[in-house]
Design a protein around this ligand. Structure first.
Ligand code: HEM
Length: 476
């Protein structure tokens, strides 16, 4: 019956796209599919082929890129609301091979009953507004140590990304493991510092395995070796960190219920810790770097933000608690604008359990679909002066000084934390963490960033480093 209906639709193979070759698909002809300049490649494709594009990976494996916001909405809301995010092949392959360590693929890569089980066990407290609020004093504590560290490096901070990584890793360990490794105060926690180093290489290996020729499936090439080295090293660090926590005194935190549950195997606990550190560090690091640089580059934004912060936080070391956060609309607008302008997760992948019809084409079930969400955030038809960084667009009264209103404002195209059942469970925690750190930075310093903010697509949208800034102490 369904297939009868689908006969009136055009086939997947008819969707326009770059020239395809046997075996190589579109990998040789496409304008940078999976290339480092994602926005340029997105714009070129839409111009050439329209808003629905068929790419083919090696072995002519089809990948449908979707640019139209209504189509993206339809996909994300289809069936069981995006239950299947395609697992990352190299991760699944490796974790399946290492049954001695992994009994499951981890929350991020699981599907079906396994995912439902992990999701229920692992994310309950991350969805609790009270638990999120309870984490505020801890974030304030690390935030204050971060400001002291910035002070030690001021005024010319070379390689600022290193300091940002420390504060984020410190916060995430605090949240996941209930203990502070001391990356901001004691100097180096060797294990975690190594985790941070290797973790950058890891994202790059993921990108190359996903978009490049999957030679690693046939023999252990550099991509495979890099990936295995990273996964093994990070696993053994997560193992030690988990053991340290279990050996220490009990703590009440986001994962205590899981970590202290005797019916959960030690290996499963380590996998959960590892996956939350992987998912929650680089994403927040990139967002903080983008936000600080974008605010620093816009004199008027920085001034307005500082005025708001001085009004709400009377002292430079005033805590940023729930009440203060409520009264910082411009700060939140800056964070939202940064997510729109440079989202570290610029697209969403899906496989649907049943076929879907888009623009007269039938897309069969389980086709790999890439929703290019960032592309829509940068279109004038969705956002007023889309290519400009304008936090005011997120305020209900627009720019009260100039009376400028910001229309169109199609907020629903901005999906930086994803959508539906597979949406990021760390969204509230991450948003709050980013707000607190930014509030502390701009309440204490005026920041200058002179370089062009360059970024590349490496599975995540990542700033091209090093980031060098100049900071000047603000008066009390
Ligand atoms: C700026 C920060 C972050 C951004 C932009 C971000 C973005 C995302 C996105 C886009 C997804 C996929 C959603 C989808 O497919 O619909 C995701 C999944 C996920 N994120 Fe985040 N994330 C961030 C921070 C965090 C943090 C701090 C944690 C941990 C506390 C975390 C844990 C996860 C996990 C475990 C998943 C997989 C969920 C699942 O498959 O069910 N993320 N994130």
């Amino acid at each position: 019956m369904n297939s009868e209906k689908n006969k009136s639709y055009k086939k997947l193979s008819d969707i326009p796209g770059p020239t395809t070759l046997p075996f190589f698909g579109t990998t040789l002809s496409s304008s940078g599919f999976g290339g480092k300049d994602l926005m340029k490649s997105n714009e070129e494709q839409v111009k050439k082929y329209g808003s629905l594009v068929k790419q083919e990976h090696y072995w002519n494996y089809p990948i449908i890129e979707v640019f139209d916001p209504d189509d993206i909405d339809k996909i994300l809301k289809h069936g069981r609301y995006g239950l299947i995010r395609p697992p990352i092949d190299i991760m699944i392959t490796y974790r399946n091979m290492r049954k001695d360590k992994y009994t499951n693929a981890g929350l991020t890569n699981s599907i079906g009953d396994q995912w439902v089980h992990l999701k229920t066990r692992l994310t309950k407290s991350l969805h609790s507004p009270q638990m999120i609020l309870n984490s505020l004093p801890k974030i304030n504590e690390t935030g204050d140590d971060f400001i002291s560290l910035m002070r030690q490096h001021a005024p010319n901070i070379i390689g600022f990304e290193d300091l940002i990584q420390r504060v984020v890793a410190e916060n995430n360990c605090h949240m996941v493991l209930g203990r502070r490794p001391g990356l901001l105060t004691k100097g180096e926690d060797e294990k975690l510092a190594y985790f941070m180093d290797i973790h950058k290489k890891y994202w790059c290996a993921l990108h190359n395995s996903y978009y490049g020729f999957p030679m690693w499936k046939f023999f252990p090439n550099k991509i495979w070796k890099d990936f295995v080295e990273c996964e093994d090293t990070m696993y053994s660090i997560a193992e030690e960190l988990t053991q340290d926590t279990l050996d220490g005194h009990y703590y009440e935190g986001f994962f205590s219920e899981y970590l202290y549950d005797d019916s959960v195997s030690f290996f499963d606990k380590v996998t959960a810790v590892l996956d939350f550190l992987i998912a929650g560090i680089e994403t927040v690091v990139n967002t903080l770097i983008f936000s600080i640089c974008l605010i620093a580059k816009s004199e008027s934004t920085q001034k307005k933000l500082q005025e708001e912060l001085c009004r709400v936080l009377p002292r430079k070391d005033s805590p940023v608690d729930a009440e203060e956060l409520k009264n910082l609309p411009y700060l939140k607008a800056c964070v939202k604008e940064c997510f729109r302008y440079t989202p570290t997760t610029p697209n969403l992948a899906r496989m649907l359990e049943t076929s879907i019809q888009l623009q007269g084409y039938n897309i069969p079930a389980y086709t790999l679909i890439l929703c290019q969400t960032w592309y829509n955030c940068m279109q004038d038809k969705n956002f007023y002066r889309a290519k400009d960084f304008l936090p005011e667009r997120w305020l209900s009264d627009g720019n009260s000084a100039t009376g400028e209103r910001f229309w169109p404002h199609r907020e629903s195209v901005d999906r930086h934390f994803g959508f539906g059942k597979r949406m990021c469970p760390g969204n509230r925690f991450a948003f709050q963490e980013i707000c607190v750190i930014l509030a502390k930075v701009f309440r204490n310093f005026s920041v200058e960033y002179k370089d062009k903010l360059d970024y590349k697509y490496e599975f995540l949208l990542t700033p091209v480093k090093p980031i060098n800034i100049i900071v000047k102490e603000l008066p009390e």
